[in-house]
Design a protein around this ligand. Structure first.
Ligand SMILES: C[S@@+](CC[C@H](N)C(=O)[O-])C[C@H]1O[C@@H](n2cnc3c(N)ncnc32)[C@H](O)[C@@H]1O
Length: 211
């Protein structure tokens, strides 16, 4: 066997969980790699909601989807990922079968625009709170760029704050590598009774609003 790198592992997890007809979220569409993968997985009757704060990323993703004839399976949202719960209908939100984040900057673009600890943690919590138990929230963590370490610290702090009776966390990481390769954190709510998670959603939405 060949141990997969982080993105390949994230795609493997998606393939285990997502079926044609499902609704899924790409929280950071970038150049559309994950969006296209998700669109293939849910087609011909499912749908992908893809988010990005950069117009350039929305355009790049649209161009890729169009080229691969996958555009009809995707709605592109030019806004921050923590707004998903207000952008999707209640029926869409509760029916989501997987969400994926690919943190960091848009490859080949302005490296100053990166995902931020506050919006990433708020979005992860809001997704866990809204989605059904058993739905994976998959986060590919890039920590080699400036700002990446503080975002990694924030998401790991959040993971440690969750109660294991409410949410399970899987870490997939290739170890003893020379560079700082990305790794994967996957969060999965176990049941519907999650009072501690509800408290964290409130606490972190306040942090996110403050910036
Ligand atoms: C590493 S790239 C994503 C790569 C993409 N998944 C792909 O396959 O090409 C990270 C993206 O997150 C976007 N981003 C940063 N903050 C965001 C936010 N709050 N909400 C949604 N997207 C965000 C950036 O604009 C960038 O395009």
């Amino acid at each position: 066997m060949t141990l997969p790198k982080a993105v390949a592992f994230a795609h493997w997890m998606i393939a285990q969980n997502v079926r044609p007809g499902d609704t899924v979220i790409d929280a950071t569409c970038g150049n559309g790699g994950d969006t296209a993968f998700l669109a293939e997985a849910v087609s011909p009757s499912g749908h992908v909601h893809a988010f990005d704060i950069q117009g350039e990323a929305i355009q790049a993703t649209y161009a890729r989807l169009k080229k691969e004839s996958l555009d009809s399976y995707v709605t592109l949202h030019h806004c921050s990922h923590e707004r998903a719960a207000s952008v999707l209908t209640k029926m869409e939100s509760t029916g989501v079968r997987a969400a994926v984040f690919n943190l960091g900057y848009l490859p080949g673009s302005d490296k100053q625009i990166v995902t931020s600890a506050s919006s990433t943690t708020a979005a992860v919590l809001s997704y866990l709170h809204t989605f059904s138990p058993g739905v994976p929230v998959i986060v590919v963590v890039y920590h080699g760029h400036p700002g990446g370490k503080s975002e990694r610290t924030a998401i790991e702090h959040l993971a440690a704050e969750l109660l294991e009776q409410e949410v399970r966390v899987l870490r997939y990481s290739l170890e003893f590598q020379e560079k700082a390769p990305p790794y994967v954190l996957t969060f999965e709510k176990i049941g519907e009774d999650t009072p501690h998670l509800s408290e964290l959603v409130q606490a972190y939405s306040h942090i996110s609003t403050k910036g």
